[in-house]
Write a protein that binds this ligand. Structure first.
Ligand code: ADP
Ligand code: MG
Length: 238
């Protein structure tokens, strides 16, 4: 069954068409990577899935439920975006459990969830610190932990590693891959890093100018690009 379906989604900003009839179905447990040049509509699509921006037309379904007009909180998703603002006055523990509190999850369950993700992300020793006492990479893990504390149908990651240095990015990439293998979660992940796309994706969707040009396995997109743009973008051999 598809965990997430996008049917003919269009999005306009002041008459400018930023998403042009995008359709996409993502299987349960699939790791889908969205790539494309800056400004092609990746974040707009992610925001539409998350419910942060209403679509102009089209339909979005999560686990076979029409969520097109639901608020972000009503949708069974968790997101990590580029600007992963943590609450500065709260501890790491507070940051991770806040979303669960908002959803009225009982205290014992919240504590168990915090323990689980802290263990998974190796941040158990940081739980009582404030964000200002953490390194960039540690903050990134906390942001990830906040998303993982919930077990939603779909995770949305929009360039979650772009603020990190190269070494840490590679480490985090490995960790995300392990998490996906371990938890079998459905992930939609935006990156402009081709290596990240090739190593993480079950399938890659290549976007340009508000359209999906190609959708396929890393091997298909790299070795059998549909056109010269995809070939150039993926760095395919000519
Ligand atoms: P990407 O994430 O692929 O870099 P975006 O989805 O952020 O691209 O942006 C796609 C296009 O939509 C850009 O031309 C951008 O300027 C425009 N856009 C995005 N958000 C808004 C907005 N809130 N208002 C007006 N235009 C927007
Ligand atoms: Mg973007």
């Amino acid at each position: 069954m598809a965990a997430l379906e996008i049917h003919n989604v269009c999005k306009e900003f002041g008459g400018e068409r930023v998403l042009k009839n995008v359709s996409l179905a993502i299987d349960s447990g699939e790791f889908l990577i969205l790539v494309g040049p800056s400004g092609c509509g990746k974040s707009t699509l992610m925001n539409a899935i998350a419910g942060l921006e209403p679509v102009t037309s089209g339909e979005i379904r999560i686990a076979d439920e029409d969520v097109t007009w639901q608020t972000p909180a009503e949708r069974d998703i968790a997101m990590v975006f580029q600007s992963y603002a943590l609450y500065p006055s709260m501890t790491v523990r507070g940051n991770i459990s806040f979303g669960l509190e908002m959803r009225k999850v009982p205290k014992a369950e919240r504590e168990a969830a915090v323990e689980r993700v802290a263990d998974l992300l190796q941040i158990s020793h940081l739980l009582d610190r404030k964000p200002s006492q953490l390194s960039g990479g540690q903050r990134q893990r906390v942001a990830m932990g906040r998303a993982l504390a919930r077990e939603p149908k779909v995770y949305l990651f929009d360039e979650p590693l772009s603020n990190l240095d190269a070494k840490l990015r590679v480490d985090m990439r490995t960790e995300i891959k392990k998490l996906h293998q371990r938890l079998g979660t459905t992930i939609v992940y935006v990156t402009h890093d081709q290596i990240e796309a090739m190593t993480l994706a079950d399938r890659i969707a290549v976007m340009r100018d508000g359209n999906i040009l190609q959708l396929g396995t890393p091997d298909e997109v790299y070795n059998d690009p549909v056109d010269i743009f995809v070939a150039g973008f993926m760095g395919s051999p000519s």
